[in-house]
Design a protein around this ligand. Structure first.
Ligand code: PEP
Ligand code: MG
Length: 762
């Protein structure tokens, strides 16, 4: 069964367009399920009906013409119920509608399953047969599996097709994702693919001109030559360490690259009009398919070699293409997975916006874009990467939307909106020197989250009351090995000096999860529940002590350092960390006995970001000097939603009543136990979140540099008593949707509706 499924999926993926993908699909399903008819209907949401898109067994002339309403017939019923329908006599069913145009009179048995992608019905697959019989459970589950497996592939193909049609008709396409940094960006798409795989790009034809075919052949041959060279170097380097039999694998690789095997096939595809990458994809996928279908396990495993070689050649093609490309002045970076390194490579003055196909808006890469103030949309899963390269785009990160090839009217509307956004931004900025004081006179300490992008942060240094979270790991991530104690000391001193005399809360290394060091590989099934933060530091006291000593030395003579421990889940971790801090302090005290500045013992705090830590507040009050709530991770762990997973991005909502109640409980307990507390997650950077937090009793909020003026501006226009009333109402709501609605009404009724950006649908 698995082999048939794979064969169908692969054959569909090899097709250049939706029509041939669906034709291939219906033929193969009909053949493999040994029925007489297979058809696919697609939902047309504009006309609210299903259209017959492909068939093997019904009247082929009805394809593209025959339509049936969303609530009509058996097809409509399957979609309405969102479940399969398996009938021996379809015509006896009360919902059956006789349609002479499709020629289905001879069929009795009917099995249909819905095609569902991201909760949305894309269409319905139907198989039919003369013989009046109920299809077996096995047949039913095969069709369900097939439909589930192919839903995203079909969605992709459908969107590619819509983009092509829209382009011909000069129409705008719109896709939805999840918002990261808010804002509007208008620019040209620049596609970067960090993780190359044949699966993540779609096929593309060249313009069929002979000259462009020759260029593609040249590109391919250069890539093959570079790959050959790579293999020779590798085999030479390994010749001392590997036995001859193992080295023979490189010869096999070189043979596979030979013009007669791979080369000829790829060049033939290029001559048929495919671009070099697509030609390579078609040949490699077909070779893999052939290898996989062999009985012999040894030959089967060679599919991995073919895949490996293909990816290496692909890398060289893409590298050459990139080297030839220049960054557009108003670049919208479009990528599969955004990495901090990728951001570091692109020129910031040209970068207008970011679109990432995977990832969630609370990932660390997303937090980095917020710190930079670059509008971003995440999880635009169906965006066909290659097809959008070089296209005009608009990002509306307020509405989490991406417009491709926008119309002039839409561009004008968004340009206007961007202007208004700029005016509002200037209003926020005009009050940066004023006190963050509510209308009823309460000062709220506004601190910076820093460490991710040093240049921006330092220019904002004087806007804030200090640094509430310095993420030290971001700097570690830019290195090629663990930095030495001296390097760290110099770095930390620079940071502490820049903000002096304001406090700087430095967090010890919080790697793990989505923060990886290139020089220290951690492979885990569940990285967010794994070796992260304090767990890693305590398992590597030699590294932890280096970091602590560097911090203590950097603080000598300054005295504005506070140390924060990440991912704390139990008391023993904190005791152990404090023991190591004492050790670092005493060792340095001896070493520094004759220095002018003395080593001081800084205050130590814990991050409250794992649910268990909330219940340990009485213990924390005795053991540490302060605590800081990490609402990003607290939301992730309370709601069991991976903050980086676009599939569940909609469920990540810090306004969920459970999260709000937990945050409120933390504030109440901290006040009861007289433990100083603040919050440094992204919630504090949302004016709505800041309002609720202040109402709960938080008087210290730490946020990304680009949000601080906005939050200050809002807090200066409200009274705590009004915020408290709002909070009470939010805390009693059963769902996040209701909480959002109430806050929205509050914002409008307090004359702050300019915060609720919205561009009219074009
Ligand atoms: C948090 O979890 O809220 C936090 C501030 O830490 P980070 O986002 O770096 O995990
Ligand atoms: Mg965290």
């Amino acid at each position: 069964m698995l082999a048939i499924l794979r064969k169908i999926a692969q054959a569909v993926s090899q097709q250049p367009d939706l029509t041939s993908a669906l034709e291939t699909f219906v033929s193969l399903v009909k053949e493999s399920m040994k029925t007489q008819c297979c058809s696919v209907y697609f939902a047309d949401y504009n006309q609210e009906n299903f259209v017959l898109m492909a068939t093997k067994g019904l009247n082929p002339n009805a394809v593209g013409k025959f339509r049936i309403g969303f609530t009509e017939g058996l097809v409509g019923l399957v979609a309405q119920r969102e479940e399969p329908l398996n009938l021996a006599f379809a015509q006896d069913h009360p919902r059956f509608i006789y349609s002479p145009d499709v020629d289905e009179d001879n069929y009795n048995a009917f099995l249909a399953v819905p095609i569902v992608h991201q909760k949305k019905i894309l269409g319905v697959i139907v198989i039919q047969q003369n013989l009046a019989r109920v299809f077996s459970q096995d047949e039913e589950s095969f069709l369900i599996t097939l439909s589930a497996q192919l839903a995203s592939q079909l969605a992709h193909a459908e969107i590619s097709e819509i983009l092509k049609q829209d382009e011909k008709a000069h129409q705008t396409s719109c896709l939805k994702g999840a918002s990261g940094a808010p804002g509007i960006a208008i620019g040209e798409a620049f596609v970067v693919m960090p993780k190359l795989s044949f699966a993540n790009f779609e096929l593309k034809k060249t313009d069929l001109e002979v000259s462009s075919n020759l260029e593609q052949i040249k590109l391919f041959r250069q890539a093959v030559a570079a790959t050959r060279n790579e293999f020779s170097i590798m085999s030479q380097e390994l010749s001392d360490t590997l036995p001859n039999e193992a080295l023979a694998v490189f010869q096999v690789y070189q043979q596979l690259l030979d013009a007669k095997s791979l080369g000829q096939k790829v060049e033939k595809e290029i001559k048929q009009g495919w671009c070099a990458k697509s030609a390579l994809k078609r040949v490699i996928e077909s070779l893999i398919g052939q290898f996989m279908s062999m009985q012999d396990n040894y030959i089967k495993e060679r599919a991995i070699d073919v895949q490996d070689i293909g990816i290496r050649v692909l890398h060289h093609i893409v590298d050459t293409e990139h080297a030839l490309k220049t960054y557009p002045d108003n670049m919208i970076l479009v990528t599969d997975v955004l990495t901090p390194t990728m951001l570091a490579q692109v020129p910031k003055d040209k970068l207008m916006g970011i679109i990432s196909i995977s990832g969630g808006s609370n990932s660390h890469a997303s937090i980095l874009t917020k710190a930079l103030g670059i509008p971003a949309v995440w999880g635009v899963t169906d965006l066909p990467l290659l097809q959008v390269d070089g296209k005009e785009m608009i990002i509306d990160a307020y509405a989490s939307k991406v417009y491709i090839s926008p119309s002039n009217i839409l561009k004008q509307e968004y340009s206007q909106f961007k202007k208004q956004e700029g005016i509002l931004h200037d209003q926020f900025e005009s009050e940066y020197q004023l006190d963050a004081c509510t209308l009823d006179g309460e000062h709220i300490q506004l601190l910076l989250n820093a460490g991710l992008e040093v240049s921006t942060e330092l220019t904002n240094a004087h806007f804030s009351d200090g640094v509430g979270l310095y993420r030290t790991e971001a700097w570690f991530m830019q290195k090629s090995q663990f930095p030495t104690q001296l390097e760290q000391e110099n770095w930390y001193r620079e940071v502490l000096t820049s903000y002096h005399p304001s406090p700087v809360i430095m967090r010890t290394l919080d790697i793990g999860g989505d923060k990886v060091l290139s020089y220290f590989d951690i492979e885990e099934e569940n990285p967010f529940l794994g070796w992260r933060g304090i767990r890693f530091s305590l398992d590597h006291p030699e590294l932890f002590l280096e970091q602590l000593k560097a911090m203590l030395k950097a603080n000598a003579g300054l005295g504005n350092l506070k140390i924060l421990l990440p991912m704390v889940t139990n008391v023993t971790e904190v005791e152990e960390a404090q023991r190591l801090l004492k050790q670092a302090y005493f060792e340095l005290e001896d070493e520094w006995a004759d220095q002018f500045y003395k080593i001081e013992q800084p205050e130590v705090g814990v991050m409250l970001e794992v649910p268990s830590s909330i219940f340990l507040l009485p213990e924390w009050a005795k053991k540490v000097d302060f605590c800081s709530v990490g609402s990003n991770d607290l939301t992730q762990y309370l709601l069991a939603v991976d903050r980086t997973n676009s599939q569940v991005a909609e469920l990540f909502d810090p306004y969920h009543p459970s999260v709000l109640r937990a945050l409120n409980q933390i504030a109440q307990s901290c006040m009861k136990y007289e433990l100083p507390f603040s919050l440094c997650g992204e919630l504090a950077a949302d004016p709505e979140g800041a309002i609720l937090l202040v109402a709960m009793g938080y008087r210290s909020l730490s946020m990304n540099p680009s949000s601080i003026n906005k939050v200050k501006w809002v807090l200066r226009r409200l009274k705590i008593t009004d915020m408290e009333e709002l909070l009470q109402s939010c805390l009693s709501q059963p769902s996040a949707i209701k909480v959002h609605r109430i806050i929205r009404n509050f914002i409008i009724s307090h004359g702050l509706s300019q915060l609720l950006y919205k561009v009219k649908e074009a």
